[in-house]
Design a protein around this ligand. Sequence first.
Ligand code: GDP
Length: 409
Amino acid sequence: MKISKALITGVSGFVGSYLAKELLSRDVEVYGLVRRRADGSKPKNLIDKGVSDKVKLLEGDLTDITSLANALDESEPDVIFHLAAQSFVPRSFTHPIETFEVNTIGTANLLEAVRLKDLDSIIVFAGSSEEYGLVISSEKQYERVKQKYGVIFPEPERIPELPIKETNPLRPMSPYAVSKVHGEYIMRNYYHVYGIKTIVSRGFNHEGAGRGIMFVTSQITCQVMQLKFGETDKIVIGNVNAFRDWSHVKDIVNGYILLAEKGKYGEVYNQGSMRTNSVLSYILLSLEQAGWKVEKIETMNGSKIVKNPTERDYSKMFGVKFEKTKADKMMLEEEIEFTLEDKGIWVYTDKGKIPIIFDPKRFRPAEVPILLSDTTKIQELGFKVNYKLEDIIRDQLNYFISPQNRRLI
Ligand code: GDP
């Protein structure tokens, strides 16, 4: 199937702007849904990609079905990429209803508009790895989380539940994650009930230049560049033990297009890198790419020390071979864990020591400890990972060379 006209909801967002650029380069006519801008200005992400004059912007709001119907009339898309969402997990803890209104009711509105208009459009939905939520990585962790939360439902059928297949249990841990579970179920239901051609992507974390400033990879790379330019003398962060499967946004955007072209309607596909790395490693590797040589880390209370923490390791973990650091391996093997009692970590480098300060406000009431994708299913359609973790970090560091971008923090 060759796409000729696409409508992107959330076109002005981080992923939407990359997707618009990629589709335009493939000669697709691109329409984008944007909320009304009182000052009539163009979205920064589209300007940064050099496509603000090429995307046909349509005003609309997911919570207003009439505006969606109008956007569909104007664009008559053969594919709708439904990316628009309230996508920041911490905001969903403080604004759960807003998150549901946009992500769940908004998704239902879009489907209903397509159904009522009797359109034949394919809809690709941006689900999320957050839907898997509480993934059990070891017997020890299972006991710990059972104590913390009291109940685990469904109970794991295998431990570790890694890498994560599409058939893994869904245990959403935030209103955001719940909203995405609802969104994908309503997508799939519209296929079963009305024959609407929906395809669900469960994207694991994807990053790159222009990633929203509140997400951890931007928080890290922005602060590292502030260090580089002498604008700060520390890195402030939350839970450094969290492991994420970080992809380059460009790989995921290609995956979305592949799903539109070759995905099976009513189906669910993971999109990820089949790597997992810690927040701590993201910091250390960012420091290294920015010019510091990391020699040792030591907690501020002096109780935990790791020498050469960024030494690379390629051993198999959970049956998957991927690049990680020595610190990652130790954390995955539960040899070491960093807690608020540690206060923070000193990073010893060839140019002196840098403090990483743990900020209690950045810790979450409920956390997703680890994500690692199994992408076998989408690979069968031809999906390939082109970017390494270092490529993502490099692009993000370069983005923050601009003082204007550093001021976003
Ligand atoms: P998410 O996986 O969709 O929630 O993406 P984020 O980039 O927001 O967070 C990834 C992980 O980084 C989570 O486990 C957070 O708890 C952890 N983290 C640690 N420090 C921070 C921080 O300062 N900001 C954010 N956003 N996340 C942090």
